[in-house]
Design a protein around this ligand. Structure first.
Ligand code: OAD
Length: 258
C-alpha cells in the first residue's frame, strides 16, 4: 500500500459531502467469507456457477441450489464484521450523506453499524417464494448442510411452491429499487470508494463508472489490479480491513470511530 496515497485519499474523503462506498466480495474476505473469482479460494473457482446460480439450475435441482445457499448463509452467520466494515460505518457516522452500495449478499455491513446498505444482488437473509415472490421466513434451527449438500427447500406458506434464496442469479434483473437508489447515489456523489470488487459483473460495475463520468473522484481499495483502475484517481493496493481504517484515520485523525 502507498502511504502517501492513503493520506491524499483521506484529505479527499474528509472534504466529501456525498460519498458512496461501493463494495464487493473482497470487503468480507477478511471476515472469512470467500470471494468469487480469487484464484484457488474463489467460489466460482471451486463450484459451477451455471449449476448453482441460475434460475434454470434451481428449476432443475432445487435441493442442490437451496443446500448450497444454506451452507453459505450458515457460514456468514458465523462470520463477524471486520475492521473494514466498521470503518465504512464510521464514514457514515461522520458524513450523513454517505450511501453504502454493496454487491454482497451477507449482512456484515449491517452488523458493523451501517444503517441501510443498498443490496444490489439481494441477500442470503431474504428468501422468497420461487413462484409468487411472497417473502418466506429465514430458516432457523435447520440441520447444518455440509458444503454443497442438497437440502429440500421449504414450501411457500401462500402457494406451496418451493422457496428460493433471495439473491440475484445470472440472467436475472437486479432489484429495481436498489438499482435505482445506487444509480442515483452515483449521480450525486462527490467521492466514490470502490472496495474489494473485480468490477467484472454488470450492471453493478456501472456504478463507479457512472460516478467517474460525472466528475466524482473514484478511489479504489483492492490488493489487485482491476478493470476499474482506468476510472480511478487513486488506487490503494491493500486489504480492505487494513486500508479502510487507515483511510478513516487519515481523514479524521485517531479520534475517528473505527
Ligand atoms: P470477485 O470475487 O469477482 O472479486 C473480488 C475482488 O476482491 C477481487 O478484485 C480481489 O482482488 C479483491 N479482494 C480480495 N481480497 C481482498 C481484501 N482482503 N480486501 C480488498 N479486496 C480484496 O467479487 P465481486 O466483485 O464482489 O454476484 O463479484 C461481483 C459479483 O459476482 C458478486 O456479487 C456475485 C458474483 O457472481 C452474484 O451473486 C449475483
Amino acid at each position: 500500500m502507498e502511504l502517501s496515497g492513503t493520506a491524499e485519499a483521506g484529505k479527499l474523503l474528509a472534504r466529501a459531502r456525498r460519498p458512496v462506498v461501493f463494495t464487493g466480495a473482497g470487503m468480507s474476505a477478511e471476515s472469512g467469507v470467500p470471494t468469487f473469482r480469487d484464484a484457488l479460494t474463489g467460489l466460482w473457482e471451486q463450484f459451477d456457477a451455471q449449476a448453482l446460480a441460475t434460475p434454470e439450475a434451481f428449476r432443475a435441482d432445487p435441493a442442490l441450489v437451496w443446500g448450497w445457499y444454506e451452507w453459505r448463509r450458515t457460514a456468514v452467520r458465523r462470520a463477524e464484521p471486520n475492521p473494514g466494515h466498521r470503518a465504512v460505518a464510521a464514514i457514515e457516522a461522520r458524513v450523513p450523506g454517505t450511501v453504502v452500495v454493496t454487491q454482497n449478499v451477507d449482512d456484515l455491513h449491517e452488523r458493523a453499524g451501517s444503517a441501510a446498505p443498498v443490496h444490489l444482488h439481494g441477500s442470503l437473509f431474504a428468501p422468497r417464494c420461487s413462484a409468487c415472490a411472497h417473502p418466506a421466513p429465514v430458516p432457523d434451527g435447520v440441520a447444518e448442510p455440509g458444503e454443497g449438500r442438497p437440502l429440500t427447500p421449504p414450501r411457500c406458506g401462500r402457494c406451496d411452491a418451493p422457496v428460493r434464496p433471495g439473491v440475484v442469479w445470472f440472467g436475472e434483473a437486479l432489484p429495481e429499487q436498489a438499482f435505482e437508489a445506487a444509480v442515483e447515489a452515483a449521480y450525486r456523489c462527490d467521492v466514490l470508494l470502490t472496495v474489494g470488487t473485480s468490477g467484472l459483473v454488470y450492471p453493478a460495475a456501472e456504478i463507479p463508472q457512472v460516478a467517474a463520468r460525472l466528475g466524482a473522484t473514484v478511489i479504489q481499495i483492492n490488493p489487485e489490479e482491476t478493470p476499474l483502475d482506468a476510472v480511478c484517481e487513486l488506487n490503494l493496493h491493500g486489504p480492505a480491513a487494513h486500508v479502510l481504517p487507515a483511510l478513516v484515520r487519515a481523514a479524521w485523525g485517531d479520534a475517528a470511530p473505527a
